[in-house]
Design a protein around this ligand. Structure first.
Ligand code: KIV
Ligand code: NA
Length: 264
C-alpha cells in the first residue's frame, strides 16, 4: 500500500468513500493492521486501560505515548499514524506544542486531542507549526470524572447544537480531522455534513466518513462486557489477519457499523 496522507483521506471524504481506522500499540499489530488495508492506525491512550490495566486513561504519560508511537511506526506499512496527547499534556497551548512535537518526532503523522471550543487556539497554533490535529468530541474519556461516567453525549437539543457549533469552529481554527465518540447517529451525520474535514466515528452510527475501534475489542480479547458499538470480527473469521481485513472491508462498503451498533 502506498503512503496514506491527510490529502488522501480528505479526498476520500470529498469522493464519498469511507476509510477504516484501528488502534495499535506495538509493532507487530501495527504491521498487521496496516497490511490488512486499514488507512489509519490510532495509537490511542486507551493503551492505559488495554495494556496497562488502569481503570481510566488518566495515568498515561507523554513518554509512554511516544514509546508506543515509535513501536507502531516501526511496524507500519504505509498507513497514517495518529497519536493521542494524553491527559493534561495540552492544558496550555505551550504544553501542547512541546508534547505534540514529542509524538510527531516519535513517528506520528497527526495528533489527537480531546475537548470542545477551548481547543481552538491550541489547534490553530499547532497547524501554523505544521502539526495536524484531530479534535475528539462527544464522549471524551480523559474527562470521565467531569462527565460522571462513560455516557452517550449530545442527547439533548442544546448540547447537540453546541457540538455542531464546536465542530465548525474547530475546523475553522485549523483542525484537520474530527473524531466523534458515543454520540447519537443522527447528530454524527449532521456534524459530518457540517464540515469538509474527515470525521471518524466510534459509537456514532454509520454516516461518519470513517470508523475506529479499539483493536482488542474487535478481536474479542477485551475482558468484561462488550460495548454496544463493538463487533467481534473473530466470530466470522479464522485468523487475526482475516478479521482485520474483514473490518476494513466492512467499514469501506458500509456494512459496519449496522443500526444495532449506534445510539438514537
Ligand atoms: O484511545 C483510543 O483508543 C481512542 C479511541 C477509542 C477513539 O481515543
Ligand atoms: Na483516546
Amino acid at each position: 500500500m502506498s503512503n496514506i496522507t491527510l490529502h488522501t483521506l480528505t479526498a476520500r471524504k470529498q469522493a464519498g468513500e469511507k476509510f477504516a481506522v484501528l488502534t495499535a500499540y506495538d509493532s507487530c499489530f501495527a504491521h498487521l493492521v496496516s497490511e490488512a488495508g486499514n488507512e489509519m492506525i490510532l495509537v490511542g491512550d486507551s493503551l492505559g486501560m488495554v495494556l496497562q490495566g488502569n481503570d481510566s486513561t488518566l495515568p498515561v504519560s507523554v513518554e509512554e505515548m511516544a514509546y508506543h508511537t515509535a513501536c507502531v511506526a516501526r511496524g507500519n506499512q504505509g498507513s497514517m499514524i495518529m497519536a493521542d496527547l494524553p491527559f493534561m499534556s495540552y492544558a496550555t497551548p505551550a504544553q501542547a506544542m512541546e508534547n505534540a512535537a514529542a509524538l510527531m518526532a516519535a513517528g506520528a503523522h497527526i495528533i489527537k486531542i480531546e475537548g470542545t471550543a477551548w481547543l481552538a487556539e491550541t489547534i490553530s497554533l499547532l497547524a501554523e507549526r505544521g502539526i495536524p490535529a484531530c479534535a475528539h468530541l462527544g464522549l471524551t474519556p480523559q474527562a470521565v470524572n467531569k462527565l460522571g461516567g462513560y455516557k452517550v453525549q449530545g442527547r439533548d437539543r442544546e448540547s447537540a447544537r453546541q457540538m455542531i457549533e464546536d465542530a465548525v469552529l474547530l475546523e475553522q481554527s485549523g483542525a484537520s480531522m474530527l473524531l466523534l465518540e458515543c454520540v447519537p447517529s443522527l447528530l454524527a451525520r449532521e456534524v459530518t455534513e457540517a464540515v469538509d474535514i474527515p470525521v471518524i466515528g466510534i459509537g456514532a452510527g454509520s454516516d461518519t466518513d470513517a470508523q475506529v475501534l479499539v483493536l482488542h475489542d474487535m478481536l474479542g480479547l477485551t475482558p468484561g462486557r462488550r460495548p454496544k458499538f463493538v463487533k467481534n470480527f473473530m466470530e466470522e473469521n479464522d485468523t487475526v489477519q482475516d478479521a482485520l481485513k474483514a473490518y476494513a472491508d466492512a467499514v469501506r462498503d458500509g456494512t459496519f457499523p449496522g443500526p444495532e451498533h449506534g445510539f438514537e
